[in-house]
Write a protein of this length. Structure first.
Length: 590
């Protein structure tokens, strides 16, 4: 394997809370269209999914670039996909471009961006976009950039409806949108001073000064005509707190989830003005004035805030260390209320419970040889008073790095999804050295999943990971069959049902004896493999770096072979499929 920095690749990590078979990555380019600049992905009814984002091309199939503003570039769109046939059913343009200059929307989460999609039970999709004409000014004159955001609804048939009045002009960016069981609509993101909060808001309008910035949450009724509550989530420029920054990602909500009772759980990044409530985890206040070497910015940290159905703060917790940290994805367990959060950290002292496989000293500045920021997945109990598990993962990013940080660079989130069995899927981008993977993972396969080396808490056990060659993953979702889908310029499906034990023999085999070789995902150098030929045991062989080999007697013909793994890992007792291998066939062994 080549040494030095490998090409940037992506990871999907399966953090399993229940038993599951192995996973295999398969890539799909949707017929009739591809998910260009697809930054959002949600599952719809049946075998459908919706991909959305801001177009980064002028030739998306189904959009007439000759009659839309800027030839379609940077327009917000939603595409409905048939997952069974891999066909695009329709594509709808929503609203107007936020800006016309060429800035590659997936790269920059600017002040006038809007992200996130949510799907209702009837297949309608809700999102925020700019309003205004999207038609090209064919009679001449200048195109005026849209500056007003609205909530839009796209029906299951692709019909676009503007729902809400203009959003409060103080809303600078929208990071996520969610729906509850009653159809109420929730938004989070960042807002400047002057947000019109509702009576009794936990952090009212007076909490944020002038041009300062703080995270916010707004809840609308299902028609988006009535504001049920609106509140900031902390102070900025008041109560002795920092004002916030005009640079993105300092004080904003990135993720929101709503539980069955109508409580909204929000995750994001904020300076100390988003204060932890008494009793909640508070790991982000110990170094409130730490500065970057390359950017004069206060340290800021990840937060998780839970709001009641009426907008009161149930708790607010802070996650982080000595540098910058952010929460980019939130899941709420429907049974226990436990909260899984995914995010990024540049803190060498980010909590790991228990200590994780990947040493935090990967965040070194020496020669920029390793990552400037890492990924994490953390589990909090229902009231955020305890960390029940926390793992750090080698996921790429530059915005948070202490050395050579680039806050305007690629937004590289960790995205989470849960399947019906309670398994947690996490995806993110990595560019770690190949030699690091060789030393710490022992085997990489693009066909079968490869486990991380250590087992953590039973509630956050890293069972295996699958590398795949796709850039900038920002969204992941799980369909009704347990397949995980990632959108990032194409769709990558991670299928269930394939065995993690597989034969790796070169063919053909030759009598009177030959060597059977098997690969076991995630076994590393633990356990043994028992080999069977025509149903009879041929004995066992030890697993070394996830592979086992054994010389066995063979007769000419088509021999039935099978391999069964035994060892102290998750795949103990798993067997390969029954395979038929040719022995001395077609004169190959003469």
């Amino acid at each position: 394997m080549a040494k030095g920095r490998a090409a940037i690749r992506s990871l999907v990590v399966l953090l399993a809370l229940a038993a599951s078979p192995g996973a295999v990555a398969q890539r799909y380019m949707i017929s009739g269209g591809i998910t260009r600049a697809g930054t959002e992905l949600v599952m719809g009814p049946g075998e459908t999914a919706y991909v959305g984002g801001a177009l980064d091309s002028y030739d998306y199939p189904g959009i007439d670039s000759g009659v839309v503003a800027n030839a379609g570039y940077n327009l917000r769109y939603v595409a409905k996909l048939d997952l069974a046939t891999q066909h695009q059913l329709w594509v709808a343009v929503v609203g107007a471009p936020s800006k016309l200059e060429w800035t590659r929307p997936p790269v920059r989460f600017a002040e006038d961006e809007a992200r996130g999609m949510a799907v209702a039970a009837d297949g309608s999709v809700y999102l925020v976009a700019y309003d205004g004409s999207r038609n090209f000014p064919q009679v001449g004159g200048a195109y005026v950039r849209a500056t007003v955001k609205h909530v839009f609804r796209v029906s299951a048939a692709g019909q676009v409806t503007r729902l809400s009045p203009p959003l409060d002009p103080a809303i600078r960016s929208v990071g996520a949108i969610a729906l509850d069981a009653a159809g109420n609509i929730y938004l989070t993101g960042s807002a400047t001073g002057g947000l019109a909060t509702t009576p009794g808001a936990a952090y009212p309008t007076s909490s944020v000064a002038g041009s300062c910035v703080a995270p916010f949450v707004v809840k609308f009724d299902p028609t988006a005509q009535t504001t049920l509550y609106a509140t900031y989530l902390g102070y900025a420029g008041t109560q002795g707190e920092a004002c916030g920054s005009s640079i993105p990602f300092v004080q904003t909500g990135f993720a929101i989830a709503v539980d069955a009772a109508g409580n909204a759980v929000v995750g994001g990044q904020a300076s100390p003005g988003v204060r932890a409530t008494p009793g909640a985890i508070d790991l982000g206040s110990k170094t409130p004035v730490r500065y970057y070497r390359t950017w004069s910015m206060h340290a800021s940290h990840g937060f998780v805030t839970k709001l009641s159905p009426t907008g009161g703060i149930v708790f607010s917790a802070r996650l982080g260390g000595a540098m910058r940290d952010r929460v980019t994805s939130v899941l709420v367990d429907p049974a226990s209320g436990a909260i899984h959060v995914g995010g990024k950290t540049a803190s060498r002292d980010f909590p790991m419970v228990p200590p994780a496989m990947y040493p935090i000293n990967l965040l070194t500045c020496a020669g920029q040889s390793m990552e400037g920021e890492m990924g994490f997945v953390t589990k909090l109990n229902a009231d955020a008073t305890q960390i029940q598990g926390s793992v750090v993962l080698p996921m790429y990013g530059t915005q948070l790095a202490e050395c050579g940080a680039n806050p305007y660079g690629q937004f590289a989130p960790v995205a989470l999804a849960r399947d019906a069995a309670g398994q947690i899927f996490a995806t993110g981008e990595t560019s770690m050295y190949e030699r690091y993977f060789e030393q710490h993972v022992d085997a990489i396969s693009t066909e079968y999943p490869v486990s991380l080396r250590y087992v953590f808490d039973p509630a956050l056990t890293v069972r295996y990971y699958t590398p795949y060659a796709r850039y900038h993953p920002t969204a992941i979702a799980v369909d009704g069959w347990g397949h995980a889908w990632v959108a990032n310029g194409a769709l990558t499906r991670f299928s269930v049902g394939r065995t993690p034990v597989s034969f790796t023999n070169p063919l053909p085999l030759c009598a009177p004896s030959g060597t059977l070789s098997a690969y076991v995902a995630g076994a590393n150098s633990t356990g043994t493999v028992e080999f069977f030929v025509d149903g009879a045991s041929m004995g066992t062989a030890p697993v070394v770096e996830s592979r086992a080999s054994k010389a066995v007697p063979l007769r000419a013909g088509a021999r039935s072979v099978k391999a069964t793994y035994r060892g102290a890992t998750y795949f103990d007792g798993y067997s390969s499929e029954d395979r038929f291998m040719p022995v001395n066939q077609a004169g190959a062994c003469q």
